[in-house]
Ligand binder design. Structure first.
Ligand code: CIR
Length: 253
């Protein structure tokens, strides 16, 4: 179960964020409203949410999942693979000083984005992507092992982040799509396959027995509900324009 979350307000510079989505520029007012609804959904799941102020220096700064990973044993400040994002770590590191957890970090030449890390109980799957390199993944595995946890890598092909295409919904269940449908590492899970036209909805978060998912993906929502979950949907269309998944808007612990 989770009790807390950290989020960061979107900045006006969000329009300059990294994207390959080709969905146009985000509407900042709408992004702010959607972000508020996202916080409400986390609160509805029982989380106490720390809201960090927007920082115009970092267009992608609201995607807080990438600069840190929080495990029950400690937190890891990552070294994001996109050069424009490395400075985001400072604010997250400051915020984590308020959390009573040991903290360590990923160092050069390692790069690692939290979006590439999926927690399944005490094991962490790490996607090797354009953002996360083998050095970063190996450092993370060593840190996890020193804390009594474990990690393993998954070679990725096309997706931005591991969790762009797979989400762990507890109860041995994963939501999967695209390149991960046949991924050997996920074959032992109960797999809920997301249709290609709803691929964006493969990024959902399990929060204390509920699943928060993006609004507007009825087939995926019906499938998750049929699997027995109570679903909360939140419109995150403006973040999607920046290739941002729903999970990347918060750190949950
Ligand atoms: C980026 O390309 O880094 C941002 N525009 C989006 C990051 C999304 N992060 C995530 O899904 N974990």
């Amino acid at each position: 179960m989770f009790s807390q979350a950290i989020v960061k307000q979107p900045s006006e510079s969000l329009i300059n964020g990294i994207t390959e989505a080709n969905l146009g520029l985000p509407d900042i007012q709408l992004a702010r409203e959607q972000h508020k609804q996202y916080i409400k959904a986390l609160e509805l799941c029982g989380l106490s949410v720390t809201v960090l102020s927007a920082d115009e220096t970092y267009p992608d700064g609201c995607f807080v999942e990438d600069p840190a990973i929080i495990t029950p044993a400690g937190a890891i400040i990552t070294r994001p693979g996109a050069a424009s994002r490395t400075g985001e770590c400072e604010a997250i590191s400051q915020a984590l000083k308020e959390v009573p957890l040991q903290t360590t970090d990923i160092h050069a030449p390692g790069t690692l984005d939290g979006g590439d890390v999926m927690m399944v109980d005490s094991h962490y799957y790490i996607g090797l992507s354009e953002r996360t390199n083998p050095a970063g993944a190996n450092q993370l595995i060593q840190i996890l092992e020193s804390w009594g946890l474990s990690g393993s890598t998954i070679q990725m092909k096309d997706m931005l982040h591991l969790k762009t295409g797979v989400s762990y919904l507890e109860n041995n269940t994963v939501l999967v799509c695209g390149e991960f449908l046949n991924e050997p590492a996920f074959q032992s899970f109960h797999r809920l396959a997301v249709a290609e036209e709803e691929a964006y909805a493969a990024n959902c978060i399990w929060v204390n027995d509920r699943v928060i998912m993006p609004a507007g993906y009825p087939r995926t929502q019906a499938m998750i509900e049929s699997a027995g979950y109570q679903v909360l949907s939140v419109d995150v269309s403006e973040f999607r324009k920046l290739d941002g998944g729903l999970s990347c808007l918060s750190l949950r612990f």
